[in-house]
Design a protein around this ligand. Structure first.
Ligand code: SAM
Ligand code: SF4
Length: 387
């Protein structure tokens, strides 16, 4: 079974279109002067493996899917718990939490991270739930920082505990930060998050700037009737501060009462911003970036759009996710999961784990099912998936 999936992965590699998001990794396609792909595809499975060994570059076959996408970016959810209750993320009644014994331990997170990094993952993002309420978060960042080959450790946080923890997180090796903030009006903050805390989040944003994180990314989920009237205020904020304000299209997840009419599309947002700033400049697209970036000339910061719904970026997807209870998810909007925790706890060897990971990556679909289908699908709520 594992061998079959490896072959699938290998043939995917051979079909690979050459698009790669792995930072700095050598290309998988044959290099100049090497046998052409059609010739290679005619090879028997055994010869294909030999071909790959001899000609292909060393990005992991286990982390490369059948469409040639190389997964060098791992997002790990540290917890399902959260100190806010954002209306678009978790149902009002909350979500049933996994018993503590079933969550990944610090050591298990490290073992899995090490395995992925050895295979070519060079960016890890810690998310949740709210990652900064996990008591061992500093320890986890510090130990990840020791992993050879890991170039970036980032966190996505709601910012409530950020100002207090950020200096220590930075010393431990944190290199990137995304802070979620959907409104600049304290009363609206309290409405959407069902909690107080606006000023703490702002304090966190200023602390991140003060400590030199650049750019400090601010995630803003845009919802019609709630905050689309604040788009221009957020853009103005990016004029004066070194922020990347990322406008995220509202996405459907179980229990979040998503409705197409509440979603403000990228095009609509851009139109509104253009009317106020016709001189808005499009910035060059970075490889594998999920966002489209723009800048008001002369600004200290920039803005971006995460167009997961209106213009998906599945073709460039380089992400894998591990949920807080140790399931590998190859797509945020897919419901297939495999428990790495169970295999780890039953003593699976590194090779066995890699075969399981390779099989899951091999099953990754070309693209998500489209916003209307996703809205009908059974999937975990966002808070259980981990951003
Ligand atoms: N608690 C942390 C936070 O809020 O930043 C990390 C986890 S949260 C699930 C990760 C990101 O997902 C946040 O930026 C949040 O705004 C975004 N998010 C949650 N639900 C969403 C939805 N339905 N549509 C779009 N983005 C969503
Ligand atoms: Fe918590 Fe983040 Fe979800 Fe808001 S978006 S409820 S802060 S996990």
């Amino acid at each position: 079974m594992a061998a079959r999936s490896l072959f699938r992965t290998v043939s995917g590699l051979l079909r690979a279109a050459g698009r790669s998001c792995s930072s700095g990794g050598p290309v998988t396609l044959p290099r100049r002067g090497e046998p052409a792909l059609p010739e290679a595809q005619a090879l028997s499975p055994a010869r294909r493996r030999e071909f790959l060994r001899d000609h292909a570059a060393p990005f992991s076959a286990f982390l490369t899917d059948t469409f040639g996408r190389r997964h060098n970016y791992l997002r790990i959810s540290l917890t399902e718990k959260c100190n806010l209750r954002c209306q678009y993320c978790m149902p009002e009644e909350g979500v049933p939490l996994t018993p503590k014994a079933d969550l990944l331990t610090t050591k298990e997170i490290l073992i899995l991270s090490q395995l992925f990094v050895k295979e070519g993952v060079d960016k890890i993002r810690l998310t949740g739930g709210e990652p900064l309420i996990r008591p061992d978060v500093l320890d986890i960042v510090g130990q990840l920082h020791q992993l050879d080959g890991l170039k970036s450790i980032a966190i996505t946080t709601n910012g409530i505990n950020l100002a207090r923890l950020l200096p220590q997180l930075q010393r431990a090796g944190l290199s990137g930060i995304n802070i979620s903030l959907d409104t600049l009006v304290p009363a609206k903050f309290e409405f959407i998050t069902r909690r107080k805390g606006f000023h703490k989040v702002m304090e966190g944003i200023h602390k991140a700037i003060e400590l030199g994180f650049y750019p400090v990314k601010v995630n803003c989920v845009v919802m019609r009737g709630f905050n689309e009237d604040e788009l221009l205020d957020f853009v103005a904020l990016s004029e004066g501060l070194p922020l990347d304000v990322r406008f995220i299209e509202y996405m459907p997840f179980d229990g979040n009462k998503w409705n197409f009419k509440k979603m403000v599309s990228y095009k609509e947002m851009l139109d509104m911003i253009h009317q106020r700033w016709p001189e808005l400049e499009k910035l060059p697209e970075e490889a594998c970036s999920t966002s489209k970036a723009f800048k008001v000339p002369g600004s200290r910061g920039q803005i971006s759009f995460i167009t997961s719904m209106s213009e998906h970026f599945c073709g460039d997807c380089n992400r894998l996710r591990i949920t807080a209870d140790g399931n590998l998810k190859v797509c945020l909007f897919g419901n297939s999961e495999v428990s790495l925790r169970d295999h780890l706890r039953s003593g699976a060897s590194e090779e066995e784990l890699l075969n399981i990971i390779g099989a899951a990556v091999g099953r990754k679909k070309k693209q998500h099912a489209g916003m209307f289908n996703i809205a009908q699908m059974k999937n975990r709520p966002m808070i259980l998936i981990g951003g």
